[in-house]
Design a protein. Structure first.
Length: 280
């Protein structure tokens, strides 16, 4: 009899525990500050960095230290949150998988990409803008999207990037050469296996000397919108809201534009190839 009562008591306790769990778990998931609080309590903000993407990401080969304007923004965000910035080396094409594997918490300078957007939430306020730009060998004479959309054109793009999406949409007739990194795209051009490469404006200007080439904005000019991405998960609404507030201040006070101008000047980049009325 005693055992039967004990068994009944255990079953009742288990049922109560499961009932409480059923109520507490959704309540926790519905907390909009859950992700933000978890990052702050962990003391670490996991931040992706990409080799060969100067001037946005710069790795000192001697010390292994990272710099660049994306890194500076990451450091500013981490400082406000009171956490350390932990660098995770990756590629643009691997970012979605990195978010899913919880290797990274945030990525700066993303373009809203529907495929990546299946697992990543984007801020609705752009941190900066820029035109999609092409870098090519000197003498390349196709200067519009219509002219680039030709079977004779060999256009390099980075795998999994928005550049690949743009190229496949606007130049489907061209031979699109998909490479893993920007440096491999440079190699394709220098080896005469590609004619040009589609990039963000400051990246194209950075690459031009490496191929002894030229930079142009295909007509009509298309806007490249750079936003912040975070992992799609329950409880990230407060994290997204905080990042949008931070982004809004960066743009409204001219801090984002000023950082870009300073970084480009320090890198010796000449952005005069961009349309005169274009503003980051």
């Amino acid at each position: 009899m005693a055992f039967r009562k004990f068994k009944t008591w255990i079953c009742a306790f288990a049922a109560l525990f499961m009932t409480v769990g059923a109520f507490t778990q959704p309540a926790q998931a519905d907390d909009p500050s859950l992700v933000l609080n978890n990052i702050r309590s962990s003391g670490v903000l996991k931040f992706p960095v990409i080799i060969g993407e100067e001037p946005s990401y710069i790795k000192d080969p001697g010390t292994g230290e990272w710099s660049g304007f994306y890194v500076e923004w990451g450091q500013e965000i981490a400082a406000i949150l009171g956490v350390e910035l932990e660098f995770v080396e990756t590629t643009w094409g691997n970012l979605a998988a990195d978010f899913q594997a919880r290797k990274v918490d945030i990525a700066i300078g993303l373009n809203p990409n529907p495929q990546r957007g299946l697992v990543v939430d984007y801020t609705s306020i752009p941190l900066f803008y820029g035109p999609w730009t092409v870098v090519s060998k000197a003498g390349f004479d196709k200067k519009s999207w219509a002219e680039l959309n030709d079977p004779s054109v060999r256009l390099a793009v980075q795998k999994g990037s928005t550049m690949q999406v743009v190229a496949e949409a606007l130049t489907p007739k061209a031979e699109i050469i998909v490479v893993g990194t920007r440096s491999l795209g440079v190699l394709e051009i220098n080896s005469n296996r590609a004619d040009a490469m589609l990039l963000a404006s400051f990246d194209a200007v950075q690459v031009a000397p490496e191929i002894n080439g030229e930079v142009f904005v295909p007509s009509p000019a298309l806007v490249n919108t750079a936003v912040i991405g975070v992992r799609r998960e329950a409880g990230n609404a407060g994290w997204l809201n905080w990042l949008e507030n931070w982004t809004s201040q960066q743009r409204s006070l001219g801090l984002a534009q000023g950082k870009l101008a300073k970084s480009f000047e320090e890198a010796g980049l000449d952005l005069s190839v961009l349309p005169g009325d274009f503003s980051f």
